[in-house]
Ligand binder design. Structure first.
Ligand code: GDP
Length: 431
């Protein structure tokens, strides 16, 4: 088996698949962890012993002593939130700062992006996208419109001030046009940025160079995505998506290495499906099962507390995800959440009117009409939380997992059976 030096971890449904937990488990086996997209809306939850950590920007690998963690150029970087998170880790005894780096090419997410996000979402009325209001969309808009401010732009203080004042004036014109009362105070904005500028510049690096060097030197690197494949701006359920490329192709791009450097892609999927916010979810549970799984799985947003919509495992989604991400292995999480069910269902395809859909459609109208075609398997009605080897799982649970492999065409590398680090089954296929 070839050694997988550079591995991408990608959410392969609609996000919240438990990537934080999988990254946390795998971080123990690597030297470097880097995030390649997203912003502070991510909210990975990691349980270490009895302690719970919610990490929004800093890769959860930081919880392992001596791991180095980076935020790539593909991230929109919220400095205020980042330093709050960093200080909170330090206060809990985790010496994170010397082990962190931020790409000089990462775009800054500033207070005015949050104002624009709130104003835009309020203006959408009933057509809300369900954004978390953290400014991520507007920060990516600025990046693509070539009017963003990058970490490297802070090097020259005078130039930085000019850019900030120009941005404030531009944003205020937009806020006025959007008929909101909020305005950017340019002096306060400049003062705020100057406050953390030196500290941030000390962390600024070329993440591409650092990671490429690490891989060449034989170190193991994990590239961590936020959200999930179905929220990818290109491949997701547009327009109910995030503003970046969450899929594995975005990983190389978002840290600054070439795609040929990536050796493997692990897709994290829940043993069922969830989705937060608006947009189609073909396998959504009806009735009592919705509340039951939501409670058993603790399906509430880590940052927003918003209840998530839950449904059966959707193999159409994961098959599609396997293709657009080039998945080499699956990590199936939250298997234990299904422990009490009499039977479990898997959507193997959809019908829409008189059409049979075996692939995930680009047309939202088709997806909204999609009726899942289900396969029903017996439940295992036994506790899986103490299983540590494949053989420890009940027979029906193994049958369910084997069926997921068959239908998605991707071998399972890991099965997670609880929130704790040790509650994992490693099938020994990761290399
Ligand atoms: P992420 O952004 O993909 O990491 O998703 P979340 O932070 O929302 O993580 C999902 C939640 O599920 C966290 O509270 C995890 O501790 C929890 N979790 C992860 N894996 C498992 C599992 O196998 N079983 C159970 N019961 N909970 C899990």
């Amino acid at each position: 088996m070839t050694e997988n030096r550079c591995v991408v971890i990608v959410g392969s449904q609609w996000g919240d698949e438990g990537k934080g937990k999988i990254v946390d488990v795998l971080a123990e086996r690597v030297d470097v962890v880097a995030r390649y997209q997203g912003g502070a809306n991510a909210g990975h939850t990691v349980h270490v012993g009895s302690e719970e950590f919610i990490l929004r920007q800093i890769p959860s690998g930081i919880l392992h002593p001596s791991r180095h963690c980076y935020l790539g150029n593909g991230v929109v970087f919220d400095p205020v939130q980042f330093f709050e998170e960093l200080d909170a880790l330090t206060a809990r005894g985790i010496d994170a700062e010397p082990r962190l780096g931020v790409s000089s090419r990462a775009h800054l997410l500033l207070a005015y992006h949050k104002m624009l996000d709130r104003a835009a979402e309020a203006g959408r009325g009933a057509g809300k996208i369900g954004t978390t209001g953290r400014g991520i969309g507007p920060a990516y808009e600025d990046k693509v419109a070539r009017q963003g401010i990058r970490v490297a732009d802070l090097r020259d203080a005078r130039r930085a001030e000019e850019l900030l004042r120009a941005a404030a004036a531009r944003v205020n014109r937009r806020l006025e046009a959007m008929e909101t009362d909020e305005r950017v105070d340019a002096d306060a904005l400049v003062a705020e940025v100057l406050q953390y500028r030196d500290r941030l510049l000390r962390l600024a690096v070329d993440t591409g160079r650092v990671l490429d060097d690490a891989i060449r030197a034989g170190r193991k690197v994990l590239l961590e995505g936020a959200q999930g494949a179905l929220l990818d701006v290109d491949h997701g359920t547009y327009p109910y998506v995030t503003s970046s490329n969450t899929t594995a192709g975005g990983a190389a791009l978002g840290v600054g290495i070439g795609p040929t450097r990536v050796d493997a892609v692990v897709g994290v999927v829940k043993a069922y499906t969830t989705r937060v916010g608006s947009g189609p979810l073909p396998t959504e549970f009806q009735g009592e099962l919705q509340d039951r799984i939501r409670e058993l799985g603790g399906e509430y947003g880590a940052v927003t507390g918003r209840p998530r919509r839950c449904g059966w495992f959707d193999a159409v989604v994961v098959r599609y995800s396997a293709r657009v991400n080039g998945l080499t292995g699956l990590a199936v999480t939250k298997m234990d959440v299904l422990d009490t069910l009499d039977e479990v269902q898997i959507a193997t395809g959809y019908t829409a009117g008189d059409q049979v859909l075996d692939d995930f459609p680009a047309e939202m109208a088709l997806l909204e009409q999609a009726q899942p075609v289900y396969e029903t398997l017996p439940g295992w009605k036994a506790d899986t939380t103490t299983a540590r080897r494949w053989e420890d799982l009940p027979k029906a649970a193994r049958a369910y997992l084997s069926r997921l492999e068959e239908i998605t065409g991707v071998p399972i590398w890991y099965v997670s059976v609880g929130t704790r680090r040790d509650q994992i089954i490693d099938l020994g296929r990761a290399g």
